[in-house]
Design a protein around this ligand. Structure first.
Ligand code: G2I
Length: 469
């Protein structure tokens, strides 16, 4: 589609009027002549979009992340909830018996408070990242150690946390209890004891049980369901269930929504607590489009389930994720690339939350894109024509593409563009939101460049890759 021309895409009267005038001046005037109110990037964030729907969108961060200014800029603006990735776990907070260290988590709490983010405490009772002094205690001493740990840690953060993951990952895949230090010492009653102890130490934090592979209906989620039902019927303080949602590309369980609904029907909140969606590397454009559709499905599921309070992604960007270290050959699991540029999954999530002019992701959308670029020494304009080659009328469209390095959008027309560099998404305006089968629509933008004046690449429409002409 590399149609390149020196023609300036101005209305004919403008071109005639300016003839061979300086292209920079013409382009500057072009921006001035364009319809008003259509330039610049949309200012909505995942956080604000989620909040406008009554949800939160959160992320996990570790204390090392605080030194990464690109990361903190994204985290502090795009996310309204923070989960410390490791710093509230037992091996950090109580490495030796009754000797507590809250300094690493306190740094993250300060960051969250400085950015008006709420906090999910993670986690009090878990078999992993558990110091060996706990696992080597005589079983008769485990209850006292667990209650002391919960009491002191929860008291330290009393009144400051939205929620606590009180017990993490209590089940095996077959639905039996994991035989960890707590179960071995106390049987399944450790769960109720932990919840009661946490409630006593902070009556305001919402208390959660959290696990993975319980997103769909299966023996493990059945076990969690039965546990929740039993705890609630006994009046044990339990406010929510966290579904970690460490997904594999294209494998969101078909029973996800029904499963969340059955938990919510027990009277607890449900939350997506550690979302990621791993891709076998290298991540192709079609994999990223599938990931966009997976993320949108998660957002839509939470929106559709009364009692689903929010979504937390596990890590801000792909380079902060635990996935490559644990699943060699897999990665690209988050909504941001290694340079904190939003990926198609970001756009799809924002769109599913009602961002842009409100297009809903259209699985199987089919599209063709052509473009014309007109460049001068430091700037360029691009006109892009989008054709709906599918058989469905699109009520709202969102065209994602990758801008060449060094190009920064300064204004746009006939669509709203965000962000200004990298993985950009063009969303329809009110008047051009409908795109019938076979219909085309055009939009454009002006950008600065640093030498690379090529056209954007990797177009995808509402999450589906486009062909280029
Ligand atoms: O494993 C992914 C998550 C599954 N659900 C519970 C989460 O708490 C868990 O988080 C991860 C952290 O993201 C990792 O950062 O938990 C891992 C441990 O189970 C964390 O990894 C550990 C490394 O394995 C250690 O080598 C390292 O010392 O992080 C530690 C602290 O950096």
């Amino acid at each position: 589609m590399s149609v390149r021309t020196l023609r300036i895409p101005l209305p004919p009267y403008a071109r005639r009027a300016f003839g061979a005038a300086s292209v920079t001046a013409v382009a500057a005037l072009a921006a001035a002549l364009l319809p008003t109110g259509q330039a610049g990037a949309a200012d909505s964030t995942l956080r604000s979009l989620a909040e406008s729907k009554g949800l939160y969108f959160g992320t996990a961060m570790t204390q090392g992340d605080l030194n990464n200014s690109a990361l903190t800029a994204v985290a502090g603006s795009q996310f309204g909830m923070l989960t410390p990735g490791n710093e509230m776990k037992w091996d950090t907070t109580e490495p030796a018996r009754d000797s507590f260290n809250f300094a690493p988590a306190d740094r993250l709490v300060s960051f969250a408070q400085a950015n008006s983010m709420r906090l999910r405490g993670h986690t009090l009772v878990w078999h992993s990242q558990l110091p060996s002094w706990v696992s080597s205690l005589p079983t008769t001493q485990v209850r006292a150690a667990m209650e002391n740990h919960i009491t002191k840690e929860v008291a330290h953060y009393k009144g400051r946390l939205y929620s606590w993951d009180v017990v993490n990952e209590p089940f095996n895949e077959d639905g039996t209890f994991r035989s960890d230090a707590f179960y071995n010492a106390m049987g399944s009653g450790f769960v109720a004891d932990a919840l009661r102890t946490a409630r006593a130490a902070d009556p305001t934090a919402r208390l959660y049980l959290n696990d993975y592979n319980i997103e769909g209906q299966n023996p493990k989620s059945d076990a969690m369901y039965n546990l929740v039902k039993s705890l609630r019927s006994q009046g044990v303080p339990l406010d929510g269930v966290g579904f970690q949602a460490h997904f594999v590309l294209g494998q969101i369980p078909s029973t996800f929504k029904a499963n969340l609904q059955r938990f919510a029907a027990l009277g607890v909140n449900v939350a997506i607590t550690e979302l990621d969606d791993r891709i076998q590397l290298p991540a192709t454009a079609s994999a990223l489009a599938q990931q966009a559709s997976d993320y949108a499905a998660v957002v839509r599921t939470c929106l559709a389930v009364t009692g689903c309070v929010g979504i937390t992604q596990w890590g801000v960007g792909d380079s902060d994720s635990w996935i490559p270290g644990t699943f060699p050959g897999y990665g690209a699991a988050t909504m941001y690339d290694a340079n904190y540029r939003p990926k198609p999954a970001y756009t799809a999530s924002a769109t599913a939350l009602g961002g842009g002019s409100g297009p809903s992701p259209t699985p199987g959308a089919s599209c063709k894109v052509s473009g014309v670029v007109n460049a001068w020494n430091s700037g360029l304009t691009e006109d892009i024509t989008l054709t709906n080659t599918g058989s469905t009328t699109l009520n709202g469209w969102s065209l994602a593409f990758t801008l060449p390095a060094g190009q920064t959008v300064t204004s746009s027309w006939n669509a709203s563009l965000t962000p200004a560099t990298g993985e950009v998404t063009a969303g329809n305006l009110g008047y051009n939101s409908t795109l019938a089968p076979g219909a085309s629509t055009s939009f454009g933008f002006q950008a600065n460049h640093t030498g690379d004046t090529s056209l954007p690449a990797s177009f995808s429409l509402n999450g589906s890759p486009c062909t280029t002409a």
